[in-house]
Design a protein around this ligand. Structure first.
Ligand code: TXA
Ligand code: MG
Length: 343
């Protein structure tokens, strides 16, 4: 497949590439689009055949449902059996933005999009290019992160090209993503509100609107073998670089000592910005220690750089689990296969 690259900086002025991307989507094709979180691999969410091609392009297991992206509240009515009042209040507070809300689906959502579940995940992104493409296509777009299944999500077009060249019809290039980790996923499809994946909207922000919010055990812990995942994506190996990543939980001094004493093959450190000079191995900084937003923005790209550099063992500094840090920890602990050493 020949993949077109469509640079779009200003979607209001650059109508031609926006219309071209929309035209491909209307015809059942695949287009990678930027969002404020990560790049997404989009297709018409209502076209089961088009959505099947997303799974093929990514090598994604078919039972892992996709998020449906909209650009207005009017688009939601036909997608959901019911959009409860709690969902409306969340949408009012945080949409457009990095939040995905799960509700009961309507018959219009094909099984390919919902992974066979009776629910649908809906998100209204804030990125102007994502919104312009959805508007121009006039369609809800199913879009998982635009990486090959199992690799870290792409936060710029170069990383999309690396994984998806020849596998999709077009890649829109709008520069780096602002948030850097995927959206927060919360389910309101029955029972108490439950956080399934932490992201750009924090647990505190959800509680401010909903009151109590349960945290799914899979957010912080490895699911026991055979356990049923509330979010199918959480049972798969994720965000994994080729290197063996181990989180070390302790002070910088303890970290530096441990790394020095325990080299294993080509060894590197995934540290906080400003700590590089304290370390005896090559350092890959991902945001300052007190800046979880910067950690989120940089984490996935650093994980890919570790692979580019051929690192074999990577010791990682442990992020705080508060606020945006919860999302950072959730991604890093998966990259580490849940391996944490308490120093
Ligand atoms: O920020 C994001 O959410 C990005 C951008 C492109 O919008 N998209 C993204 O999609 O991260 P994906 O497919 O990589 O992750 C979606 C997650 C998966 O873990 C999936 O299992 C879960 O959401 N999910 C989707 N629909 C669901 C449903 N109906 N019930 C439970 N979990 C669902
Ligand atoms: Mg993904």
């Amino acid at each position: 497949m020949n993949t077109q690259i469509l640079p779009i900086e200003d979607p209001l002025r650059q109508r031609e590439p926006v219309e071209r991307a929309a035209g491909i989507l209307k015809a059942g094709g695949l287009v990678i689009i930027p969002t404020e979180t990560v790049y997404g691999l989009a297709a018409n969410a209502l076209d089961g055949e088009a959505v099947r091609h997303i799974f093929e392009a990514k090598g994604r297991p078919g039972d892992n449902p996709l998020i449906v992206h909209v650009s207005s509240m009017e688009m939601i009515g036909p997608l959901a059996e019911r959009f409860p009042d709690s969902a409306r209040r969340l949408a009012q507070a945080y949409w457009p933005g990095p939040l995905t809300i799960i509700v009961k689906k309507s018959a219009l959502i094909p099984k390919e999009t919902s992974g066979g579940l009776d629910t649908v995940a809906i998100r209204m992104p804030s990125h102007p290019v994502a919104r312009a493409v959805i508007d121009a296509a006039g369609l809800p777009l199913a879009a998982p992160s635009a990486n090959l299944s199992g690799r870290p999500s792409p936060t710029n077009a170069a990383r999309c090209i690396e994984d998806m060249m020849g596998r999709v019809d077009a890649i829109v290039d709008s520069g780096p993503c602002e948030v850097g980790v995927e959206s927060t996923v919360v389910t309101l499809a029955g029972g108490a509100p439950r956080l399934l994946r932490p992201g750009g909207i924090t647990l505190g922000q959800l509680k401010a609107v909903l009151g109590e919010v349960e945290v799914d055990p899979a957010v912080l812990h490895k699911l026991p073998k055979g356990a049923k995942a509330s979010s199918p994506g959480m049972k798969y190996k994720h965000y994994a670089p080729k290197a063996h990543v181990i989180i070390l939980d302790g002070t910088l001094e303890q970290f530096a000592d441990y790394v020095k004493m325990h080299p294993r093959g080509k060894t590197a450190a995934l540290c906080f910005a400003g700590e590089e000079s304290a370390l005896s191995v090559r350092a890959f900084p991902y945001g300052r220690r007190d800046d979880p937003a910067a950690q989120a923005r940089e984490l996935f790209d650093r994980l890919r750089e570790l692979d580019d550099a051929g690192e074999e063992t990577v010791y990682a500094r442990c992020p705080a689990k508060e606020g945006m840090g919860l999302a950072v920890y959730n991604r890093l602990i998966r990259a580490a296969g849940f391996e944490v050493i308490k120093l």
